[in-house]
Ligand binder design. Sequence first.
Ligand SMILES: Cc1cc2nc3c(=O)[nH]c(=O)nc-3n(C[C@H](O)[C@H](O)[C@H](O)COP(=O)(O)OP(=O)(O)OC[C@H]3O[C@@H](n4cnc5c(N)ncnc54)[C@H](O)[C@@H]3O)c2cc1C
Length: 464
Amino acid sequence: MKLFTKNKKEVNKHQKALNELIRVVGKERVLSSVEDRICYSYDGTKQKVLPDIVVRPGDTTDVSNTLKIANQYEVPIYARGAGSGLTGGAVPLKGGIVFDLKNMNRIIEICPEDFVATVEPGVVTKQLQDEVAKFDLFYPPDPSSAAFSTIGGNVAECAGGITGLKYGVTRDYILALEIVLPDGSVINTGGKTGYDLTRLFTGSEGTLGIFTKITVKLIPKPEKIRTLAAHFRNKDDAIDAADRIIDNNILPRTLEFLDQMTINALRGHTGTDMGEDVKALLLIDLDGTEESINYEMPVVENACKECNGFRIKVAETAQEREAIWAARRSISPALYNIASHKINEDICVPRSKIKEILQRVDRIKEDQPIYIANFGHIGDGNIHVNIMYNDDPGQEELAEIIVNKVMKEVVALGGSISGEHGIGNKKSQFMELEIPPHEYDIMKRFKSYFDPKGIMNPGKMFIR
Ligand SMILES: Cc1cc2nc3c(=O)[nH]c(=O)nc-3n(C[C@H](O)[C@H](O)[C@H](O)COP(=O)(O)OP(=O)(O)OC[C@H]3O[C@@H](n4cnc5c(N)ncnc54)[C@H](O)[C@@H]3O)c2cc1C
């Protein structure tokens, strides 16, 4: 556990801010004991830095009052949803205040006739999906963390997920935001006139303002979903099959790819019945009406067969579908069968460059004593490159060198350093690989305009 070292002046300011928060926001909403603060010191990256204060706002007024106080005393403020981020977004690198938004978790309204819902930021994604499904509606963004991550965190990271190819990502479903700016003022975005502030704030990773209300677009819930799993003897065949499916004008609801290392890690996990001959796997969901699926499924099966797919299995029952997907959901824990540490890079390249990037990753790895498992949303070019290493001397440094090389190759192929997990502090060193200096400076100017004192999530996104 790290402690951000403060000088005397900063310690003073923090103490004054704490007193003021207790007075204005209320004792019951402000935590300062070490035991409480430890619970807010980390996220999915497992970095740990102890915050000085935790505030758990109940409404927009609490958020506004907290920001006014933080701004006045120039205390850093770190918004936090479920803390499942994979790039360090919610970690309080410079101490200060962690803003726990999980108590603001009301579904304010669902309007089936307008296909919209308005929610508070602490609503868990799956809860929103389940609630709108009762009206036969569908909120498509579906990160694998949907069961625990919050909508606020999803908007801040512009979360993607397995439905991205057909339905897009979080950004495509955000219609309007209520945002509290660092000076405590409240703005509403979402009108059609003027600049599109909703888009600017979506993906802003808690560096510009705090979302307190989120209005999302809904679409009709597809009638049916059917799942297919296809095995391949090499990864190139699986990639060709994915291309061929899309070339046939079929956009699957999900099109997931697993490479050999990922499959090896999964062997023995529930629902994974894979022989040694399986070196790559495609998991495909089709959704729509019975008729559309009946038309599309044979096309998908043929595409897999034409690319040497074998043991192609269409799930006939909900249990079979669940068994197929259980394997996909087990990947994260199963990877620790390979080694004790993981760096998960969610790179994204144009779909036509997937073979090339995986070949380049193989070349980077070559004989290095480290493992790399690749899997992900092949349809939208978003591959999770997992660099697995142990505690042996030099392994962590080697893993970092490999990450560096991979990022350079991604950018050289016209790709992006993050397909869905955001930048946080874990990827800030790579921002300028991808973003040219002029654009980088424009982004920094937006940041200074909204947050002149630099209190919002300092240490994230930008390194200069
Ligand atoms: C097992 C696992 C699977 C995952 N799968 C996916 C996946 O498929 N796709 C994907 O995109 N991500 C995935 N993630 C990453 C993570 O779940 C997402 O980034 C998610 O959006 C984070 O939500 P959260 O509520 O946990 O946010 P946190 O981690 O708490 O915060 C993330 C960022 O959002 C900011 N923030 C939070 N709430 C607000 C708010 N109200 N206003 C302003 N800023 C705010 C924080 O400051 C921080 O910068 C996965 C993570 C895990 C652990």
